[in-house]
Design a protein around this ligand. Structure first.
Ligand code: HMH
Length: 221
């Protein structure tokens, strides 16, 4: 296989863990309507903490794109992603108040702390743009694929959870993820073998953290 769609190559190679992250029991429980509302609230509170840590991570990628990318449209896309995170934080606050979740008193669980620490490690200037943008794509793609699955024909997602699923499962977010994937692929295509193996390892780490995050949300701690 050539290097033109490294992401496709890696998704095939690591399909077990990718499916584990995108078809997790937490998501299947939403999709079949059997989700326990305490799990949903736990996910909501923990994800708010995660998204707050995700903002500086995306800012670090914006900085890398500005310094390292040959295409100025990369920056435009990343900036639009940052703007969407501003809306997302406001959405978490209003959703939490709807569900009676007090965000200021949430204690981050270990899986969340581990994931946030991992994000922080990726913010280092030593992490190349190619590696960081691959991680960024993977983090967004897991949510897109997961929540889109809850909206497909035949799903029995409870009405009160549909807005959440729409947030990441909508076609606009799907297009955004495809654009991130194209950027990642374009940079991976010109990367050295050494850089490719770093990006592949980071991709697997992201998928593992996503699985742990869903496990935590389901109360398996
Ligand atoms: C844990 N992964 C987690 N939370 C999110 N909000 C996303 C990915 C997508 O942005």
């Amino acid at each position: 296989e050539g290097k033109s769609d490294m992401i496709a190559t890696w998704l095939k190679k690591h399909s077990l863990i990718y499916t584990g992250a995108t078809r997790h029991p937490f998501i299947l429980d939403i999709r079949d309507g059997s989700i326990d509302l305490s799990s949903f609230k736990r996910w909501l509170a923990q994800d708010y903490i995660f998204v707050r840590a995700f903002v500086p991570f995306v800012a670090s990628i914006l900085l890398k794109a500005w310094k390292e990318s040959d295409d100025s449209s990369d920056m435009d896309l990343i900036l639009s992603g940052m703007a969407a995170l501003n809306d997302e934080i406001a959405w978490f606050k209003s959703e939490a108040s709807k569900w009676g979740v007090a965000l200021h008193s949430v204690v981050p669980h270990k899986a969340n702390l581990d994931y946030c620490r991992f994000l922080e490690s990726l913010m280092s200037p030593d992490i190349e743009y190619t590696v960081a943008i691959t991680a960024f794509w993977a983090i967004e793609a897991v949510y897109q694929e997961s929540f889109a699955h809850c909206l497909e024909d035949g799903s029995r997602t409870p009405e009160e959870l549909k807005e959440t699923c729409q947030r990441w499962g909508n076609t606009g977010f799907g297009q955004y993820c495809r654009s991130l994937r194209n950027i990642a692929n374009r940079h991976l295509e010109k990367a050295s073998d050494h850089m490719l193996s770093k990006a592949e390892v980071i991709l697997i780490r992201v998928l593992e953290h996503e699985v742990e995050f869903w496990n935590m949300s389901r109360g398996e701690i």
